[in-house]
Design a protein around this ligand. Structure first.
Ligand code: C2E
Ligand code: MG
Ligand code: MG
Length: 282
């Protein structure tokens, strides 16, 4: 069964069945889009649109994650450039890297090539890696992260709080961003243990000068609380589910153009309210 999936996946790469969806990351203060995270999907010929949970792990085992990852890097950089041209705005894109890709010697070269070919400013590209991925071969990870940093790419620790969460890890790998795992969003409104954890992460990162994104924000109450705790960046269904490039661009056209002309900065309305009004395709 695994072998069949592997073969299908190999075929999927050649048939362009893989697609990237993008989810907005917004500023807590204004609701304006700061960037997007690229999340892979597989438009399967018979099973429909498949989430990464259905194929990323077998792709890692088989090594197919390397060509898939390269496609993700190229596609995300190219679409980011289109985006930046359209809106004349330094939008950032974040992409996910798995452990296996990190151990692959070509990773830095792949990213460098994609940056050059697309013409993006490297500081508008961000890579996300989970703590457990980083720890799998820590020495090698540190070396690769240093090379990526030299390219000017930003590095974010994904799903923070779910791994070993050795706090020294934050310093050791020189992350520029931390994404608080969405499991901590449950019940934070009611002053739970999760709220204490979120506060601790925010405090630590403030002192270390590391930016924080809260993942999995689903309710206005959670957003208000995170804003009150001075969490600067928010991501979650409240602000939009992952969607195809053109749809996200259309959704956020007004906000993005507004920012370019300095209009959106005064607005404190959540993005969800503004986005209904836009239907302009890219
Ligand atoms: P992640 O990087 O932590 O991505 C966030 C996941 O949470 C996404 O699931 C997203 O759709 C989901 N999410 C976002 N906001 C909310 C919310 O408010 N509520 C809930 N319940 N969920 C929310 P998705 O797209 O299924 O991706 C799952 C994981 O697959 C990602 O977790 C990432 O680790 C991995 N992944 C995705 N794309 C790629 C890729 O291109 N390469 C690699 N290596 N891994 C990828
Ligand atoms: Mg991620
Ligand atoms: Mg995450």
């Amino acid at each position: 069964d695994r072998l069949r999936l592997e073969n299908e996946l190999r075929y999927a790469i050649s048939q362009n069945e893989l697609v990237l969806h993008y989810q907005p990351i917004v500023r807590a203060s204004s609701g304006a889009v700061a960037g997007v995270e690229a999340l892979i999907r597989w438009q399967h010929p018979t099973r429909g649109l498949l989430a990464p949970a259905h194929f990323i792990s077998p792709a890692e085992v088989s090594g197919l994650i390397v060509p898939i990852g390269e496609w993700v890097i190229q596609t995300a950089c190219r679409q980011l450039r289109q985006w930046q041209k359209k809106f004349d705005y330094p939008m950032t894109v974040a992409l996910n890297l798995s452990a296996r890709q990190f151990q692959h010697a070509d990773l830095v070269a792949q990213i460098r090539t994609a940056i050059i070919e697309s013409g993006i400013d490297p500081s508008t590209l961000e890579v996300e890696i989970t703590e457990s991925s980083a720890m799998q071969n820590a020495e090698n990870t540190i070396f690769t992260l240093r090379e990526l940093k030299q390219l000017g790419v930003k590095i974010a620790m994904d799903d923070f709080g779910t791994g070993y969460s050795s706090l020294s890890c934050l310093q050791r790998f020189a992350f520029s961003k931390v994404k608080i795992d969405r499991s901590f969003m449950a019940d934070i409104e009611s002053g739970s243990v999760n709220l204490a954890i979120v506060r601790a992460i925010l405090g630590l990162c403030r002192d270390l000068r590391i930016d924080v994104i809260a993942e999995g924000v689903e309710t206005a109450e959670q957003a208000a609380l995170l804003r009150q705790e001075n969490c600067r960046l928010l991501q979650g269904y409240l602000y939009g589910k992952p969607k195809p490039f053109l749809e996200v661009a259309a959704d956020h056209a007004v906000t993005l153009l507004g920012q370019v002309h300095g209009r959106a900065s005064a607005s404190a309305a959540p993005l969800a309210v503004e986005k209904r009004t836009v239907h302009k395709p890219l």
